[in-house]
Design a protein around this ligand. Structure first.
Ligand SMILES: [Zn+2]
Ligand SMILES: [Zn+2]
Ligand SMILES: [Zn+2]
Ligand SMILES: [Zn+2]
Ligand SMILES: [Zn+2]
Length: 395
């Protein structure tokens, strides 16, 4: 190594630094012929519990310690020691916990090592968990309804913390409608909400016909309001009245009473609808006939294009030709079991008719070769005692 550096001096004088290094080396060789092999040891601060040291150098070859890199100032290892500082704890006051914020017990904290102690002498270390006083959580009261729920809107209950007066709210589920109330008009009934009056979807229906004709009311409680102004004719043969015309009646809802008294022939049942009685009465929408009616004569409701609901009476026996011809708004009919004859074209041109239900499918005759129920192309199905018949089958 030495020879090599000497060679550098001889061979090259390019770098002043190299020259200086070579000069130093030569000096060392003059003094002892020993070139130190220095290891540098960095300075290290003392901590509360561990000694530190100053920066120093140690020669690997001779084992001596120096305060400088050139080895000019020899020291002992002991000279490098910086003694541990020891803890310097400060008292941290107790802090009570709040609802949402943790507190702490009183303890001693040393900034030097960030250590916590139970005593000023720092002999009893404490963990963070041991120091902490957990948050107490809110002490909610019973709460108060601050917004009442209704049928469709949620309500709100507000709670107050007894400790910090903070509030919180919880929603109260909407009540949902209580469709327990039945209401009705002249022709229909429906369910509505007992609280808000909202009408229940799909609940609206025409009044049901009551099997017992002495009761002039629907199950819903609605009384039947009989049509006024109709024309009646007494039939001695039938010992009852025939309805012969609409007379002065102009309503949509035809409610024919069970009995009539013309002032001459006394009170008797209404037994039938005469031929052409309501022909072309297109304003009719709803037709209720009492159960004592046994016959509906030819063309009786011919082209009553507005009739949507037709419930035939349970005592009905004969439906004559074209009785309901052209009732284009009729969608569904039920033929009572009592019917024994259906005339030709009785339901012809009922273009909206989708189904006809026969309570007794084999107990009737008539209608010529076939009974024409509406437009054969339009009528989707004919239901006979729950069974659907195709157009071919029904003919
Ligand atoms: Zn040495
Ligand atoms: Zn410390
Ligand atoms: Zn609180
Ligand atoms: Zn409601
Ligand atoms: Zn009703």
């Amino acid at each position: 190594m030495t020879k090599k550096k000497k060679k550098i001096i001889i061979i090259s004088a390019i770098s002043a630094a190299v020259i200086a290094a070579a000069a130093g080396t030569a000096l060392w060789l003059l003094f002892g012929g020993h070139e130190h092999f220095m290891l540098s040891v960095r300075a290290k601060n003392a901590t509360c519990t561990e000694d530190g040291n100053t920066a120093y150098w140690r020669c690997e070859d001779c084992g001596k310690y120096f305060s400088d890199s050139l080895g000019e100032n020899e020291i002992s290892l002991g000279d490098t020691v910086i003694p541990a500082t020891g803890h310097h704890p400060q008292l941290v006051e107790r802090v009570e916990a709040a609802c949402t914020v943790a507190g702490n017990i009183a303890y001693w904290h040393c900034e030097g090592c960030d250590g916590n102690f139970a005593d000023e002498g720092a002999t009893q270390p404490l963990t963070e968990e041991q120091i902490a006083i957990a948050a107490s959580g809110h002490a909610w009261d019973q709460g108060e309804v601050t917004k009442e729920p209704d049928c469709v809107n949620v309500g709100e209950r507000t709670y107050i913390c007894a400790n910090c007066t903070q509030t919180k709210t919880e929603s109260i589920a909407a009540l949902n409608h209580d469709y327990s109330v039945t209401d009705y008009s002249e022709t229909e009934h429906w369910k509505e909400c007992s609280r808000c009056g909202d009408e229940e979807n799909g609940s609206r229906a025409y009044h049901a016909f009551v099997a017992d004709s002495s009761i002039n009311a629907c199950d819903c409680g609605a009384e039947i309001v009989y049509s006024q102004g109709l024309e009646y004719t007494y039939s001695a043969e039938d010992e009852g009245y025939m309805v012969t015309g609409a007379g002065s009646f102009r309503g949509q809802n035809l409610f024919i009473p069970q009995t009539y008294n013309d002032g001459t022939n006394g009170e008797h049942n209404v037994v039938g609808i005469s031929a052409t009685a309501f022909r072309y009465e297109s304003a009719l929408v709803f037709v209720r006939l009492p159960d004592c009616i046994t016959k509906i004569e030819q063309d009786a409701f011919f082209y009553c294009t507005g009739i949507e609901v037709l419930s035939l009476p349970d005592g009905l026996e004969r439906i004559e030709d074209n009785a309901f011809y052209g009732c284009q708004s009729l969608v569904q009919i039920t033929i009572p079991a009592s019917v024994s004859y259906i005339g030709e074209g009785a339901f012809a041109q009922c273009l909206s008719l989708q189904s006809a239900t026969f309570e007794n499918p084999v107990g009737w005759t008539g209608g010529g070769e076939t009974v024409d129920f509406g437009d054969p192309a339009a009528a989707a199905e004919l239901i006979i005692q729950g069974k659907a018949f195709s157009k071919e089958e029904r003919n």
